[in-house]
Design a protein around this ligand. Sequence first.
Ligand SMILES: CCCCCCCCCCC/C=C/C(=O)SCCNC(=O)CCNC(=O)[C@H](O)C(C)(C)COP(=O)(O)OP(=O)(O)OC[C@H]1O[C@@H](n2cnc3c(N)ncnc32)[C@H](O)[C@@H]1OP(=O)(O)O
Ligand SMILES: NC(=O)C1=CN([C@@H]2O[C@H](COP(=O)(O)OP(=O)(O)OC[C@H]3O[C@@H](n4cnc5c(N)ncnc54)[C@H](OP(=O)(O)O)[C@@H]3O)[C@@H](O)[C@H]2O)C=CC1
Length: 306
Amino acid sequence: MSNSNVPPPKIFKPEDGDPGRPKRGMDEDAIKTQPTIFREDLLEGKTVLISGAGSGMGKATAYLAAKLGANVAICGRTMEKLDSTVEMIRDGLGKEILSVQTNIRSPEEVEDLIGTVHDHFGGLDTLVNNAGGQFPQDAIDFSRKGWLAVIDTNLNGTWWMMQEAAKRWRADGKPGNIVNIVANIERGMPQAAHTCAARAGVIYLSKTLATEWAQWDVRVNCIGPGVIETEGFRMYPEEALKRFHKANPMKMRGNAWDVAEMIAYLASPAARFINGDLIIIDGGQAQWGVIWPAGMPDYFNESGAA
Ligand SMILES: CCCCCCCCCCC/C=C/C(=O)SCCNC(=O)CCNC(=O)[C@H](O)C(C)(C)COP(=O)(O)OP(=O)(O)OC[C@H]1O[C@@H](n2cnc3c(N)ncnc32)[C@H](O)[C@@H]1OP(=O)(O)O
Ligand SMILES: NC(=O)C1=CN([C@@H]2O[C@H](COP(=O)(O)OP(=O)(O)OC[C@H]3O[C@@H](n4cnc5c(N)ncnc54)[C@H](OP(=O)(O)O)[C@@H]3O)[C@@H](O)[C@H]2O)C=CC1
């Protein structure tokens, strides 16, 4: 345990009406001052690569991994966002990390990324596939380009990253660890069917590879977040954002740190026997409700939906 003198994180509920509540996720000061339950050298000497780490959960995870002693590499499509993470870690922790502009949809860029991480740090211990996203829309209205964009990012992009990392682990005879950020798909995802299909693919891809790749000591797990307040909320109408928390019985939104700490756990030796699993962080949403991010059709009544 560390930081026992730091106050526990504040849980924000929308009804709190807290004017300081970040509307689009944790700001940098909040990330820098979050306490962690973990020992400060938990990931010392380990190399962690996090995709989509210029914002949201990826950014918080990069900070936590660096705070716990890891060598951190990050990627994403937008250099300015990656720079903000590099700067936050430099400023908050006095540490340098590696950032590589990468579109995970491009297998060539992914191959270069994995090579660069190996050249820079001499290997890779944990790959966190966090990059992803979608837009809310009734499935019947998806354009072909829209469908392909979401599948290509969330399923294909995640796969390129997994395969490239695993090829290196097999070639080098080194153990590996993959954490895929997916979503809570248990009740389907109305108005996000494209991402639901992609995430379902990633979950069962991961379960399959957890077996195939165990022979090379490569573990593969998924985390399924529920409603986590991040910059990604910009994709959703204000009216929908006011309802998201009602999809879980706790009536709250999680924050990026909730997910970052689970990722740190999975990257640690404590998780050495966890393989092929899906860990849900959703305040009970899977047992409770369905979200209609673009507005619930009149056909349905209010029960069980947000
Ligand atoms: C996993 C959760 C599911 C959410 C639904 C449940 C309710 C939500 C509850 C809260 C949970 C929040 C979950 C989150 O995941 S938030 C964080 C994730 N971050 C994001 O989603 C932001 C990033 N998203 C994107 O970048 C894009 O959505 C996309 C993945 C498609 C990126 O593709 P690309 O960069 O190629 O994007 P383009 O803008 O070029 O679009 C390509 C085509 O996609 C169609 N499109 C894009 N946006 C829309 C839209 N708003 N409505 C309809 N169609 C859209 C379109 O065909 C684009 O092509 P054109 O521009 O040529 O028309
Ligand atoms: N917030 C939530 O409630 C939930 C989120 N998720 C998932 O968790 C993950 C993190 O989301 P969150 O932090 O909320 O959202 P953000 O939008 O803040 O983060 C997503 C990151 O992925 C990057 N990204 C998107 N497409 C690509 C690409 N093709 N190549 C490389 N990087 C890419 C984005 O950066 P850039 O555009 O610069 O490339 C961005 O930094 C996503 O996969 C999201 O869908 C799942 C369930 C719930």
